[in-house]
Design a protein around this ligand. Structure first.
Ligand SMILES: Cc1cc2nc3c(=O)[nH]c(=O)nc-3n(C[C@H](O)[C@H](O)[C@H](O)COP(=O)(O)OP(=O)(O)OC[C@H]3O[C@@H](n4cnc5c(N)ncnc54)[C@H](O)[C@@H]3O)c2cc1C
Length: 401
C-alpha cells in the first residue's frame, strides 16, 4: 500500500533523524510491536516504561508511513459529533470517548515535556465553524451535548466571529483544549527515549507472516528471521486492515499543503487557533511553531494511488483558494503539497484491543481525524491489558461493538 503522494513536509524539514538496523537474526521478546509510526512509538514507550522487554519492527524507516504525512492537529473531537455519537454508541461510551481524547491532548503535552524536544508542540484553541446557516441548529445541539459532558467551550455567533476573525460564518464552537505537533519528530523522540531504556527497534524489516497460538506469537520477517514473542501489538496503521476478514475502515485520499514561513497571520485572531468546519469533506488549517500555515482537506472518496498522485497540484490550488477567501490579507506561498491515505470508521471511534482471530494479539488502529489522540489511548489500553490492569475503556473501542 502506498500511503502518500507528493512531498510531505516533516521528513524534509527534519531529515532522517535516526535509522535503526534491520533484523538479521532470530530473536525472543515479551512483546513485539508491528509498526513504527506514532502509534507503535507510543505503545512501545508505554511498554518499556512498564518494564516490558519490547521489540518494534517496521517495513519502512520508522515514522515514514502515515505519520510523516500527518497534519497533526490534536483535537478531542471525534469525527462523529458527540450528539450523534450518543445515539450510535450510547451516552456513556460517547461521552467517555470525547473525554478520553481531551485527556489525551493534555497527556501528550506532558509527555512531550519529558522528551527534551518540544516536537513543535503548541497548545491551541480550536474553532469549529458552521459552514452554512442550515448547520447552525446541529452546532447548537453539539454545544449543549459537550457542555453536558463537562467540556469547556464557547458558542460564538456571527458577530463574535466577525469581531475576532477576517471571515464571516453564522456560528462556531470555540474549544479551549487542542494542540498541534510535528508527529514525525515526536515519533523519533519517543523511540530515542524508549531505545535508551532497552527498546529494540528494527526498521526496514517487513513482517510477512504471524502465527498466533495460545502460548505466544511467532512473526516471520522478509529475511526469514523469526521473532518469538509472548504477545504482539499490531500497530501497522492503515495497512493493518489487510489482516482482518471484516472491513473496519473506509479509505479516502486527503490533501495538505504547507507554506513558506509568513510574516504575520492577519485575520486569524490573537493566538491562531486550529480551524475546521461542519461541511464534509472539511477544510482545516493551522499554523506551525516555525511560523508557517498548514491547511488541508478536499478529501476524495477513492484511495487509488495513481489518481491521488495526479490530484495533488489541483487540490492544493483549491485549498489555497479557500484559505485566501478566509484570510484575504494573509500573504503566503505554498512550499510543499502532498496527499495521503486516510481512514474512517463507521462511528469515528478507533479499534483497540484483542480480536478473536488473533490469540495474544492486540490491535492499535487509531483511524479517523483524531488518529494521534487515539494512538495515545491505544497505548494506555494495551499497556494495561498486557500488564494485567483492568481498564474499563477497553469496551468502547472493541471490535464487536
Ligand atoms: C494527510 C493526513 C492528515 C492527517 N491529519 C491528522 C490530524 O490532523 N490529526 C490526527 O490526529 N491525525 C491525522 N491524520 C491521521 C494520523 O496521521 C494517523 O492516524 C497516524 O499517523 C497513524 O499512525 P500509525 O502509527 O498508526 O500508522 P503509520 O504511521 O502508517 O505507521 C504504521 C507503520 O506500520 C508499518 N507496517 C505496516 N505493516 C507492516 C508489516 N507487515 N511489517 C512491518 N511494518 C509494517 C508501516 O511501515 C508504518 O510505518 C492524518 C493523516 C493524513 C494522511
Amino acid at each position: 500500500m502506498d500511503l502518500k503522494s507528493g512531498l510531505p513536509f516533516w521528513p524534509i524539514k527534519n531529515g532522517l533523524i535516526r535509522s535503526y538496523p534491520a533484523l538479521h537474526e532470530h530473536i525472543l521478546c515479551d512483546v513485539a510491536v508491528i509498526g513504527g509510526g506514532i502509534t507503535g512509538a507510543l505503545v512501545a514507550d508505554q511498554l518499556v516504561q512498564a518494564g516490558i522487554d519490547t521489540v518494534v519492527l517496521d517495513r519502512r524507516d520508522v515514522a515514514t508511513g502515515s505519520t510523516s504525512a500527518s497534519t497533526a492537529l490534536l483535537q478531542y473531537e471525534v469525527d462523529t459529533p458527540l450528539f450523534e455519537l450518543i445515539e450510535m454508541a450510547g451516552r456513556e461510551h460517547a461521552v467517555r470517548s470525547y473525554l478520553l481524547c481531551l485527556e489525551a491532548i493534555l497527556k501528550l503535552e506532558k509527555l512531550i515535556g519529558e522528551l527534551g524536544d518540544d516536537c513543535g508542540f503548541q497548545s491551541k484553541k480550536s474553532l469549529y465553524l458552521a459552514s452554512r446557516e442550515r448547520d447552525v441548529p446541529d452546532l447548537k445541539r453539539e454545544y449543549e451535548a459537550r457542555r453536558e459532558a463537562g467540556i469547556r467551550l464557547d458558542l460564538l455567533g456571527a458577530s463574535d466571529i466577525a469581531a475576532r476573525f477576517s471571515f464571516r460564518y453564522p456560528a462556531a464552537l470555540l474549544s479551549h483544549t487542542a494542540g498541534q505537533v510535528d508527529a514525525y519528530r515526536l515519533t523519533h523522540a519517543l523511540f530515542r527515549r524508549a531505545a535508551s531504556h532497552g527498546l529494540r527497534v528494527f526498521d526496514r524489516t517487513a513482517v510477512t507472516s504471524h502465527d498466533h497460538t495460545r502460548d505466544g506469537v511467532t512473526l516471520t520477517t522478509e529475511r526469514a528471521c523469526t521473532v518469538r514473542a509472548k504477545r504482539v501489538v499490531l500497530a501497522g496503521g492503515y495497512e493493518a486492515q489487510q489482516y482482518l476478514k471484516h472491513k473496519v475502515v473506509n479509505f479516502k485520499s486527503s490533501y495538505a499543503l504547507i507554506t513558506e514561513p509568513v510574516d504575520a497571520f492577519p485575520g486569524w485572531g490573537e493566538d491562531q487557533c486550529l480551524l475546521w468546519e461542519t461541511a464534509r469533506p472539511y477544510l482545516y488549517a493551522r499554523t506551525t511553531s516555525d511560523g508557517r500555515m498548514l491547511a488541508g482537506g478536499e478529501d476524495d472518496l477513492f484511495d487509488n494511488e495513481l489518481r491521488r498522485d495526479r490530484m495533488v497540484e489541483k487540490k492544493s490550488r483549491r485549498v489555497e483558494k479557500r484559505i485566501r477567501e478566509l484570510f484575504p490579507e494573509l500573504r503566503f506561498e505554498t512550499a510543499y503539497a502532498w496527499a495521503g491515505t486516510f481512514g474512517e470508521t463507521k462511528d469515528g471511534l478507533a479499534y483497540i484491543g484483542q480480536h478473536p482471530d488473533f490469540p495474544n494479539g492486540y490491535f492499535a488502529l487509531g483511524y479517523g481525524g483524531n488518529g494521534i489522540t487515539y494512538s495515545l489511548i491505544a497505548a494506555e489500553i494495551i499497556r494495561d491489558a498486557i500488564t494485567g490492569v483492568d481498564n474499563p475503556d477497553t469496551e468502547i473501542f472493541r471490535f464487536d461493538r
